[in-house]
Structure formats: structure tokens, C-alpha cells
Design a protein around this ligand. Structure first.
Ligand code: PHE
Length: 461
């Protein structure tokens, strides 16, 4: 295997480094901000009753998401390899065991599984670019918009085509490598998306139903909160922040020595959470204005946004731009989902980046066909959590990511010695102490408790 030990004893990454601190923050933000914020957050919040779910989500982000993100970055930077090799290396170096590599392996698998359905939904956004541009949504009624959506997802060939196109785009960028591929894709997308979200918010404020949207999102009704929705909130926090599967760890491997991990994490967590809340505030007013159901599921934004834009002056233009930006946001996230697997194939199987991207991308594409068919031919074929798509989503977001996060913080908090972590986090002050308490106790115990509660393993208490 290739070695990444430099002559001065510091390790360097085989895949290059970020050109600046800002480039890293943008890349992690690009990975974090995606369909999770704009497509998934509103519908999962809707299905779980709104306010109480949002509150639990925010608590999860701060007390669990933040320490897990910091742990992942610090582990990634210390190991400077793909997540599998990094966990193995550090496991041995810290006097534990090379078996920690299985945490990396689970992340590689989670990334592959998530991208398999993520690409299908991203494909929908590509289709909606063209639909919006054609003007079909101008002045459309709620029923017409819903019918458009049902007609589109019901046509498996169209959905498969869009999924194929999106995977092709993802393979293309990942094959080009860290600096040329990842950085360029991210620089413009996040700021542009943010601007458009504010435009949408401004329109939502005028819609006449803004108060209903705000009330739905921020009035907690704890009666509606079950342990299943607490787990959904935890899973959504992991999914939205891109943590628990090694994506952030892989990006951390390319992080320059002097960058502050705490500062970068805080910036990413704030941006990601802000955009999710913004999306909710922009979307729910139109859900109520159009008489739609907040619990309607994965189609929610594909029905509300066209409706919102359809009623606006210049709506055809803005809707087109919006779906282009959403496709971009999905694209930069997809890159993060594929990176651990690709870096692993490059390092372990001595393949070029291009070859690795095509092999892994092809595999993901094939698994994705199951999700393509979950909205049409196989829509009634249900088991476990529902359709094939529902099961992959549940397994990854609600089980694999929290489990990965649990193992990652346990590793950073208990296995790594104090010197190693304080060396990476660069301080021994109050912030470091807070991180250590969260990473050693609060996050692992919190995740374990929620997982056990949701599967009913604590019912005897
Ligand atoms: N965070 C991304 C989103 O919200 C999804 C993602 C998860 C990306 C895990 C990378 C790793 O859309």
C-alpha cells in the first residue's frame, strides 16, 4: 500500500489539499447543504408534526451534531487517508485495534446506499429544471401541480433517465479530483442558493399564510412526539450535516494543519441549519396556502415550490434558476457521498481516480434502480419501513449514520489520548473541555438512548 508519511513525520494526503481554509469550509458546506435541507427537512418535519420535531432537531444538531462533526474532522486530518485506512491507522497508533477500520467500512457502505436514492431525487430536480423552464407551472393550481408530479414519478423511464444523468455528472466531478473537481463546483453554488432562498422567503412572507407556517414550525406539540420521531430528528441531523459516514472525515484528510477545526465546524453547522430553517419557512406557508398536506412525503417540495413560483411575477424564470441551484446543491453533496468509497478504492486497489469513480458510480447507479421503481412499478411492494426507497432511507439515516456517529465520538473521546485530540483541536481551554464532555458522554449516551428507545429495547424500564 502507498505510504503517506512525509519526511518530517507529518502525514500528507495522497489526494492533494484544499487551497485555503475557505475552500475547506465551502466544500464541507457544499456537502452538507443539499437535498437534506430543502427537500428532506420540510417533509420529515411535516410527517413528524412540526414544532416539537424542529426543536428536537435543533437540540440534536448542537449537542450531538457539532461534537461528531469536530471528531470526524480531527480524525480525518490526523490520519490523512480514506476513512477505512485512517480508522485502522489511528486505532493502532492509539494503542487500541485496527478493527476500528470497520467504522470506516460502514461509512463507505452508507455513502453508497445513500447516494443510490439521493441520485434519484436529484434526478427529479433536473427534470424540474426543464419543467419549470417550459412554463407549465405559471399560474398552475395545486391540483395541477400535484398531477404533474404524480405523472412524472409514475413514468419510470423518465425517472431512470434523470437518475442516470445525475450519476454521470457526479462521476465526472469525482473523477477529476479534489482541487479541480470539488472546489470549483462549490464556490458559486452556496451563495447563490442562499440568495434565492431569501427571495422565496420574501414571497412567503407576503403569501398571507406566513403565520401558519411559522406556527407549524415553532409551536411544539409534545403530544405528537414519539421516540420514532426523536430518532427521525437525530437521523435528519446526521443526514443534513453529512456526518456519521466518513464524508467529513475524508474532507478533513485534505485540511491544512493550521486551520481551526472548531471554527470551521461552527461555520458549517450554522450554515446548514440556517438553510434548513429557511427552507421550512419558505415552504410551509405555501403548503397551507395551497391546502396541501405537510405530511405528504417526498413529493412535498416538488409540489409546493412550483405552486409558489407559479403565482409570482417572473416565476418561470425564478423557478428554473431555483431547480438549477438545487441540482447543484445535490451535486456537491453527492460528491461527498462518493468520496470515501472512491478514496478507498484508489488507495486499496491501486486504481486511478477515474477508474474508481466509474466502478463505484456504476454500482451506486444499479442499486438506485430500486429507488427509481419505488415510486411507480414497485410502489405497492412494501416491507419493513415501506418501499425499497423507504427502507434504504430508514436504514441509512436512522440507523447507520447515528451508529457511525456513536462509534466516531467514542473513538475520539475515549480511544484517542488527550494529547492527540488537543493537538488537533488546538486548544486546551474551555472550548476543548466542552467538546470532550460532549464527545465522551453526552453524544454517545444520547445516541445510544434514542436508538434503544426507538427500537423498543428500553420498554421494560
Ligand atoms: N448533507 C447532505 C444533504 O443534506 C447529504 C449528505 C449526507 C451528503 C451524507 C454527504 C454525506 O443533502
Amino acid at each position: 500500500m502507498l505510504s503517506n508519511q512525509a519526511s518530517d513525520g507529518k502525514r500528507t494526503s495522497l489526494h492533494g489539499h484544499w487551497s485555503s481554509r475557505m475552500a475547506f469550509i465551502l466544500a464541507v458546506t457544499g456537502s452538507a447543504v443539499g437535498l437534506g435541507n430543502i427537500w428532506k427537512f420540510p417533509y420529515v418535519a411535516g410527517q413528524n408534526g412540526g414544532g416539537a420535531f424542529v426543536l428536537v432537531y435543533l437540540v440534536c444538531v448542537v449537542v450531538i451534531g457539532m461534537p461528531v462533526m469536530m471528531s470526524e474532522i480531527l480524525i480525518g486530518r490526523r490520519g490523512r487517508r480514506n476513512p477505512v485506512a485512517t480508522m485502522e491507522l489511528l486505532g493502532k497508533e492509539e494503542g487500541s485495534s485496527g478493527n476500528w477500520r470497520w467504522v470506516g467500512s460502514m461509512g463507505v457502505i452508507a455513502g453508497i446506499l445513500i447516494l443510490s436514492y439521493y441520485s434519484v431525487i436529484a434526478g427529479w430536480t433536473l427534470a424540474y429544471v426543464f419543467k419549470s423552464a417550459s412554463g407549465v407551472f405559471a399560474g398552475a393550481t395545486p391540483d395541477a401541480v400535484s398531477a404533474q408530479f404524480a405523472g412524472f414519478v409514475g413514468n419510470w423511464k423518465a425517472v431512470a433517465l434523470c437518475h442516470t444523468l445525475f450519476m454521470g455528472l457526479t462521476i465526472f466531478v469525482v473523477a477529476r479530483g479534489v482541487e479541480r473537481g470539488l472546489e470549483q463546483a462549490v464556490k458559486f453554488m452556496v451563495p447563490a442558493l442562499l440568495i434565492l432562498m431569501f427571495v422565496l422567503l420574501g414571497y412567503a412572507i407576503q403569501s398571507g399564510h406566513f403565520g401558519d407556517g411559522v406556527a407549524f414550525m415553532f409551536t411544539p406539540d409534545f403530544e405528537k412526539l414519539t421516540w420514532d420521531s426523536v430518532l427521525a430528528a437525530l437521523g435528519q441531523a446526521f443526514f443534513s450535516l453529512s456526518i456519521g459516514m466518513g464524508a467529513v472525515m475524508a474532507y478533513g484528510a485534505y485540511l491544512p494543519e493550521e486551520t481551526s477545526i472548531t471554527g470551521a465546524s461552527a461555520a458549517v453547522v450554522t450554515a446548514d441549519t440556517g438553510i434548513a430553517i429557511l427552507a421550512g419557512l419558505a415552504i410551509f406557508p405555501f403548503v397551507f396556502a395551497g391546502g396541501l398536506d405537510p405530511a405528504e412525503g417526498p413529493g412535498l417540495v416538488f409540489e409546493t415550490l412550483p405552486l409558489a413560483f407559479g403565482g409570482m411575477g417572473g416565476g418561470t424564470f425564478l423557478a428554473t434558476i431555483f431547480f438549477v441551484l438545487l441540482a447543484f446543491a445535490a451535486w456537491t453533496s453527492a460528491i461527498g457521498l462518493m468520496e470515501p468509497a472512491v478514496a478507498w478504492v484508489v488507495e486499496h486497489h491501486n486504481r486511478t481516480r477515474a477508474q474508481a469513480s466509474v466502478i463505484i458510480g456504476g454500482l451506486i447507479w444499479a442499486i438506485g434502480i430500486g429507488s427509481v421503481l419505488s415510486f411507480n412499478i414497485l410502489a405497492d411492494f412494501k416491507f419493513g419501513a415501506g418501499t425499497f426507497f423507504d427502507n434504504i432511507d430508514y436504514l441509512t439515516s436512522n440507523i447507520m449514520l447515528p451508529l457511525g456517529g456513536l462509534l466516531i465520538t467514542t473513538f475520539a473521546g475515549w480511544v484517542m489520548c488527550r494529547n492527540s485530540t488537543s493537538d488537533e483541536l488546538g486548544s486546551s481551554g474551555a472550548l476543548y473541555k466542552a467538546w470532550r464532555i460532549l464527545a465522551r458522554f453526552i453524544a454517545p449516551i444520547g445516541i445510544t438512548f434514542v436508538l434503544l428507545k426507538a427500537v423498543g429495547a428500553l420498554d421494560w424500564l
